[in-house]
Design a protein around this ligand. Structure first.
Ligand SMILES: [Zn+2]
Length: 469
């Protein structure tokens, strides 16, 4: 709920690029980042006389995703032609699905700190992507101010799943969580890399607001192409605030497509959308209907394991919401289950130091990591961090690092501490005069002198004693 009783109403349209080996309707390689226009053929360039042949894997993967989204699977789905003219669309139409998509009427549970929210799924349908237009000479790759534009047809005809949610989302933050869970689901199904920065996961949001208790919907605007989870949350929050401002100053929200500038936090119109596009959909006459077999649907059901949302709820029992959410949405909960030891300590190390080390969780030997975490207070901090960085190597053993005991013996620490206090008389005086924050400075000096081998707790204790409080 927003300020003054305004309720945000948000629906998402998400495009997931499937990582099938070949494109949707031809045998061109489906790859990212190759030389422009090197993965094309007469079919995806729309030469006259060519015919599309659907990619079986793309259909089966869409079934999987449909099942994961709790959708009903259509016994007989249709491909349609969506007609519009644009340089990135050589046929003059996109093959998509219209009134009978492969998957529809689903629900996806999004756990939050205050309970579950169930987001309705209108549809998940299969279509081909357009080619990529590259605007040269403008700012931030946008057409405005560009000198010229080029088209790369490598992306043209690659398989996309479009997912449309009901307008059930009530904040930018909730949209972010929905999207992160969807991404994790897609990654676990193995059907897409779903990387927002690379465009293999794209998200638009339809945003409107209404007074609490008000029936129906007010005019919505469309926020385009927000390419990170944070921008989705920030963009929606900014647009909600803008709309509330418009209504509260007596104005009306105009239906339009908007671009969120994350650097400045501002929202600007992309193009006015007063007239809804008439795409003149009609059934694709070159393709027979898609009729998933009972075996295909059963295989799809079989392939969907426990969903990320359910795993968050399960892990929350032994951790807390944030840690459970972090582990699952970063794909670290599988490793978490394999590492023995204090649950909270293990979760914290996985989410912080191990993540910072950039170690691939799947490559880590859980037992060895468990030994290391159990001993983390006894070994020098640097040795612990080095061990985490190495823990993804196949032959990693904790023993070598565990042998590096810290120095906590007063007899060994005292001479070092005395030397440092003597050399920093000014700071000692300042500390005794009340600048308690200087303790960290002394600890740092001792650590430096002992090359990180001193036991931090022991050093703190000895320092406090010697400094006289
Ligand atoms: Zn092709």
């Amino acid at each position: 709920m927003s300020a003054n009783g305004w309720e945000p109403v948000v629906g998402l349209e998400i495009h997931v690029q499937l990582k099938t080996r070949t494109k949707m309707f031809c045998r061109c390689e489906n790859v990212w980042g190759e030389e422009p226009n090197t993965r094309t053929c007469p079919v995806c360039l729309a030469h006259p006389g060519t015919l599309p042949v659907p990619n079986r894997t793309a259909v089966e993967w869409t079934l999987k995703l449909g099942v994961a989204l709790g959708c009903e699977i259509a016994p007989r789905a249709l491909f349609h032609r969506k007609n519009y003219f644009y340089p990135d669309l050589p046929k003059g139409y996109q093959i998509s699905q219209y009134d009978v998509p492969l998957a529809s009427e689903g629900r996806f549970v999004v756990p939050g700190p205050d309970g579950d929210r169930e987001i309705g799924i209108v549809r998940a349908h299969l279509e081909e992507d357009a080619a990529k237009t590259v605007h040269v000479g403008g700012t931030a790759g946008r057409i405005h101010g560009a000198e010229h534009s080029l088209v790369d047809f490598n992306r043209g005809g690659t398989p996309l799943v479009e997912i449309v949610t009901q307008p059930d989302i009530r904040s930018g933050e909730e949209a972010r969580r929905f999207l992160q869970l969807l991404r994790q689901t897609v990654v676990e199904l193995g059907i897409s890399d779903a990387e927002m920065e690379k465009g293999s996961l794209r998200c638009d949001a339809n945003v409107s607001v209404r007074k609490a208790g008000e029936g129906g919907f007010r005019t919505k605007t469309e926020l385009k192409n927000m390419n990170s989870f944070k921008f989705v949350a920030d963009g929606i929050a900014a647009e909600v605030e803008r709309q509330v401002g418009v209504y509260e100053s007596g104005g009306e929200v105009v239906q339009q497509t908007l671009h969120f500038d994350p650097a400045r936090g501002t929202i600007a119109p992309l193009r006015s959308k007063e007239e809804a596009h008439d795409y003149r959909y009609f059934p694709e006459p070159d393709l027979v209907p898609v009729e998933p077999s009972a075996e295909q649907v059963a295989a799809a059901r079989e392939s969907v394991g426990e969903l990320p949302g359910a795993r968050i709820r399960r892990l929350e029992q032994e951790l807390d919401f944030d840690l459970a959410y972090g582990l699952v949405t970063s794909g670290r909960d599988e490793l978490f289950a394999r590492v023995p030891g204090d649950r909270r300590a293990v979760a914290n190390v996985l989410m912080n130091q191990l993540a910072a080390a950039g170690t691939d969780p799947a490559a880590v030997n859980g037992e060895e990591l468990g030994k290391l975490i159990a001993a983390r207070e006894r070994i020098p901090r640097q040795a612990f961090l080095d061990a985490l960085a190495a823990s993804g190597n196949g032959d990693f053993r904790a023993d070598r690092y565990l042998a590096e005991e810290t120095v906590s013996d007063a007899a060994a620490l005292d001479p070092v501490i005395d030397r440092i206090l003597a050399a920093n008389a000014e700071q000692v005086e300042a500390y005794r005069g009340g600048k308690a924050g200087l303790l960290g400075f002394f600890v740092g000096q001792v650590m430096k002198e002992t090359q990180g081998k001193a036991d931090a707790r022991a050093v703190n204790e000895r320092l406090r004693e010697k400094l006289g409080n």
